[in-house]
Write a protein that binds this ligand. Structure first.
Ligand code: NAD
Length: 353
C-alpha cells in the first residue's frame, strides 16, 4: 500500500532543507508518495491564510507530514491571525498532535560543538517525550484581571487521567524500542496535577514489564541533565516542564541544525520537523544544515511507517557523512570539508548506497 506524505516546505530555509529530506525518502524506494503544499508565510503571500484549506485537506488525507519551518521578518508586522506561526499552531491543533518526541543524540564527531565537557556528553542519546496539548498552557480559567484595586493574573494547571495515560503509553512504547529505561518528570511534592501524573505512570507501568520506570522531580531533572545527562534514556513529562527541559537538553549537543522532532496523534500519524526555525539570516544561500530535517524523515519512517530498518539506514548514513568530515557552516570545524545544503544531501544519498 502506498504511504502518503504531505510536504510543507514553509519559509526561509524550509524549502532548501525539505528538498534534501525528500530526496533521501525517495531514494529509499519504500513506496512513499509525496505531495507539497503551502504553510506559514508562503501561504499568507499566496492566499492570505497561513493554513489554507487546500493544505488542511492534504494534511488530513496524508499518513504523515514533513515540515520545514515557518516565519520570518517579512510577516512579523501582520495581525496575529495572519502570522505564519498561526499556521503551525493551526496544523498541530487540527491534527490532534498531543505527543512531542525530541531525540537528543550527540554524534561522536560533533562532541566539541557542545558547551559541556566532552567526557560528560560523549555518547549522549536521549529522547524527551513531551505532552503537547494540555497542562497550564491550555488550562482554563486564565487571565489578568483587576481585583481589589490591583492587577491579578492566574493560570490553571490540569491534566485528566486519559491525557496522562495516552502520553505515558507513547513514552513506554518508545522506551521499549530503545534501551528500556523511562524517567517520568514531575513536581509531585508541590503540585496535585503532577501527583496524578505520577500515580497514572505507576498504574500503567505493569503493562510494560520490559521497561524500568523511575521518577524525578523537575528541579532535579534540570540539574541532572547538565550534570550527568547519559543516565537518561527516555524522559516523559508534561507540556510546561517538557518545553523547558527539551530546550535545555537540545543545547547539550550545541548544534541546532542536527536536532529532529516528531509530534504524534493517537493513531501514530505524525508531523515531523527540525527543532530549529526558518533561519531567515541564511535563507536562499544554500548553506543551511539539512540533517535535522533528514533525521526528522528518519523518525517518520520509524514512528508512523514502522520501517525501523529504513530509519536506521538514514541515521547511519548521516553518521557516515559526518565521519567523512562533511560539515555545514553551523557545525564547521577547521580541517573539515565545508559543504552546502545540496552537497550535504548528495553525501547522505551516497552514504545510503
Ligand atoms: P532559528 O532556529 O531560525 O535560527 C537561530 C540561529 O540558528 C540562526 O543564526 C540560524 O541561522 C541558525 N540555524 C537554524 N537552523 C539552522 C540550520 N538548519 N542550519 C544552519 N544554521 C541554522 O531561530 P530564530 O532566528 O529565533 O527564528 C527565525 C524565524 O523562525 C522566526 O520567524 C521564528 O518565529 C521562526 N521559528 C519557526 C519555528 C518552526 O517553524 N517550528 C521554530 C522556531 C522559530
Amino acid at each position: 500500500m502506498t504511504k502518503k506524505i504531505c510536504v510543507l516546505p514553509g519559509d526561509g530555509i524550509g524549502p532548501e532543507i525539505t528538498a534534501q529530506a525528500v530526496r533521501v525518502l525517495e531514494a529509499l524506494g519504500v513506496g512513499l508518495e509525496m505531495e507539497t503544499a503551502l504553510l506559514g508565510g508562503a501561504a499568507v503571500d499566496a492566499c492570505g491564510d497561513p493554513y489554507p484549506e487546500t493544505t488542511r485537506k492534504l494534511a488530513e488525507e496524508a499518513d504523515a507530514v514533513l515540515l520545514g519551518a515557518v516565519g520570518g521578518p517579512k510577516w512579523d508586522a501582520l495581525p496575529r491571525e495572519q502570522r505564519p506561526e498561526r499556521g503551525l499552531l493551526g496544523i498541530r491543533k487540527h491534527l490532534g498532535l498531543f505527543a512531542n518526541l525530541r531525540p537528543v543524540a550527540l554524534y561522536p564527531e560533533l562532541v566539541n560543538a557542545s558547551t559541556l565537557k566532552a567526557e560528560v556528553v560523549a555518547g549522549l542519546d536521549i529522547l524527551i517525550v513531551r505532552e503537547l496539548t494540555g497542562d497550564i498552557y491550555f488550562g482554563q480559567p486564565r487571565g489578568i484581571e483587576n481585583r481589589n484595586g490591583e492587577r491579578f493574573a492566574f493560570n490553571t494547571m490540569h491534566y485528566t487521567e486519559m491525557e496522562i495515560r495516552r502520553i505515558g503509553r507513547v513514552a513506554f512504547e518508545a522506551a521499549r524500542r530503545r534501551n528500556g529505561k523511562l524517567c517520568s518528570v514531575d513536581k509531585m511534592n508541590v503540585l496535585e496535577t503532577t501527583q496524578l501524573w505520577r500515580d497514572v505512570m505507576n498504574e500503567i507501568a505493569p503493562e510494560y514489564p520490559d521497561v524500568a520506570l523511575s521518577h524525578m522531580l523537575v528541579d532535579n531533572a534540570a540539574m541532572q541533565l547538565v550534570r550527568a545527562p547519559r543516565q537518561f534514556d527516555v524522559i516523559v513529562t508534561g507540556n510546561m516542564f517538557g518545553d523547558i527541559l527539551s530546550d535545555e537538553a537540545s543545547m547539550l549537543t550545541g548544534s541546532i541544525g542536527m536536532l529532529p522532532s516528531a509530534s504524534l496523534d493517537e493513531n501514530g500519524k505524525g508531523l515531523y520537523e527540525p527543532s530549529h526555525g526558518s533561519a531567515p539570516d541564511i535563507a536562499g544561500q544554500g548553506v543551511a544544515n539539512p540533517l535535522a530535517t533528514i533525521l526528522s524523515a528518519a523518525m517518520m519512517l520509524r514512528y508512523t511507517f514502522d520501517l525501523e530498518e529504513a530509519a536506521r539506514k538514514v541515521e547511519g548514513a548521516v553518521g557516515k557523512v559526518l565521519a567523512k568530515g562533511f560539515r555545514t557552516g553551523d557545525i564547521f570545524e577547521p580541517g573539515m570539508i565545508k559543504a552546502g545544503t545540496a552537497q550535504m544531501g548528495d553525501a547522505v544519498l551516497e552514504a545510503l548506497e
